[in-house]
Design a protein. Structure first.
Length: 216
């Protein structure tokens, strides 16, 4: 069965056109569109009309790709920006209108477990204990576990867009703005890390980590 999975995130929307799965993971085409859903959000997390319009345009394109691909199942999920938005119904309405299916809003703990399951595919030994860090636009998930699955997981209100909008007022950011982000991130991560044992490799996923890896 061919299936389409869409991740409506705080900064980008990702489409996976899946046509199979093997030991390395899901096989298929992957598309990423930066929509900045959280960009300019109100203090309570309300998504702006302009962000909703960007999401709508993205899903018009994705819907055409899905039809061309011949997917028999479509699964759209929403993460931090979606689950926190007071106007989540507006987001769900766009998804329903463009994809003819309902949006699934997943909690932070479930998001962490899914990130853990995907990240473990890079390990040579699936029984190896490891930690996974998923840095997103609106949240960061930290997971500890082994071949049996996650043993402990936490979702932090720490994200590229969230902290950037909270602390940065200049382009490029001033030194004091960068320091403010680092201090907040260190405090939040330190509080979470205290609950995690230190054994096993640390696996990073999502755009921030892959961009750093590309630069290095």
């Amino acid at each position: 069965m061919r299936a389409a999975v869409i991740d409506v995130g705080s900064n980008s929307v990702r489409l996976l056109l899946a046509e199979g799965i093997d030991a390395t993971g899901v096989l298929g085409e992957r598309v990423v569109t930066v929509t900045g859903l959280r960009r300019g959000a109100d203090a309570d997390g309300r998504v702006t009309d302009s962000a909703l319009a960007r999401l709508d345009a993205c899903l018009v394109d994705y819907a055409a790709r899905i039809v061309s691909f011949g997917a028999t199942g479509v699964v759209p999920v929403g993460t931090a920006a979606v689950r926190e938005a007071p106007n989540v119904a507006d987001i769900a309405q766009i998804v329903r209108h463009r994809l003819a299916t309902d949006l699934i809003v997943i909690p932070g703990e479930r998001e962490a477990a899914l990130a853990f399951a995907g990240a473990r595919l890079v390990l040579d030994d699936p029984s190896t204990p490891c930690r996974v860090v998923d840095i997103g636009g609106g949240s960061t998930e930290v997971v500890q576990g082994d071949g049996a699955g996650p043993a402990h997981a936490v979702s932090l209100r720490l994200g590229v867009n969230r902290q950037g909008e909270a602390h940065v007022r200049h382009d490029p950011p001033r030194a004091d703005e960068v320091v403010a982000i680092r201090e907040e991130a260190r405090r939040m991560v330190a509080d979470a890390a205290a609950a995690f044992p230190g054994d096993g490799p640390l696996v990073g996923v999502a755009g921030t980590v892959t961009q750093v890896a590309a630069i290095l």
